[in-house]
Design a protein around this ligand. Structure first.
Ligand code: DC
Length: 237
């Protein structure tokens, strides 16, 4: 019997801010030899362009004109994505507070989302990717091979986000109360927006990581991928 080459899967990881999606996506992708794609970085890049071009976050038509004239690229790497806006490296800049707030606001617009989803579908079409975001399992790849919805208690997420910012050595660390308030506001906007609100796809596996270590979450994610790969092998043998 000939061994069928393993198909390269599409793995969707969704969940709220500060839950550790990027870390898990990067580590899982590394283990599988896949590319990790941080879809949120694309909303961040558009928000940065809006700031630079003095375009209001609430002006959907103007944002769409900006998007049409922008080149937003994600370059997967072992530690995360390098973000390029019009061929300029904006990886660090898009993590700053004003861009974070802007990304949350530009992402409520249906047309902006449509534009992003189409780009993201192109990027992942060939498989062999772990894409993380808010709507990957519901809208970008509703037929993803593995869907994980990573969740955690808001207090735990606030703590993780604070540690992440400190680890990055950001010069302007916000007081933790401000950070917590911002995280809650973004959460609220993500979950209540009319277009593709943050929610688990009906067929996603929900992992509550509040009491799990990074290793434990990674292990669970790997198990799900292995189950899927084994099911494929059975079908093709
Ligand atoms: O994951 P992140 O924090 O970099 O995302 C930035 C913002 O973009 C976040 O407020 C929600 C939005 N986003 C989205 O609406 N859909 C995605 N697939 C990814 C991010």
């Amino acid at each position: 019997m000939t061994q069928t080459p393993t198909r390269k899967l599409i793995i969707a990881i969704d969940g709220p801010a500060g839950v550790g999606k990027s870390t898990i996506a990067a580590r899982l992708a590394r283990k599988l030899g896949y590319a990790n794609l941080e879809s949120g970085a694309m909303y961040r890049a558009l928000a940065l362009k809006a700031i630079e071009w003095d375009t209001g976050f609430d002006d959907e038509a103007a944002l769409m004109r900006l998007a049409g004239n922008s080149r937003i690229q994600l370059e997967p790497s072992l530690s995360g994505n390098r973000v390029l806006l019009d061929d300029r490296d904006v990886t660090a800049r898009v993590r700053e507070t004003d861009v974070t707030e802007g990304a949350s606001r530009v992402s409520i617009h249906p047309k902006v989302r449509q534009w992003m989803v189409a780009r993201q579908q192109e990027m992942g079409a060939g498989g062999g990717i772990v894409m993380e975001g808010r709507d990957i399992g519901t809208k970008v790849f509703p037929h993803a091979d593995v869907k994980i919805f990573l969740d955690a208690d808001p207090v735990v997420r606030e703590q993780r986000r604070l540690e992440q910012i400190k680890a990055r050595g950001s010069p302007a660390v916000l007081p933790s109360a401000t950070l917590a308030a911002e995280l809650r506001e973004r959460d609220h906007r993500d979950r209540t927006r009319a277009a593709s609100p943050l929610e688990a796809a009906p067929d996603a596996v929900v992992i509550d990581s509040s009491k799990l270590s990074e290793e434990e979450v990674l292990c669970r994610a790997e198990e799900l991928v292995q189950q899927r790969l084994s099911a494929e092998q059975h079908l093709s043998s």
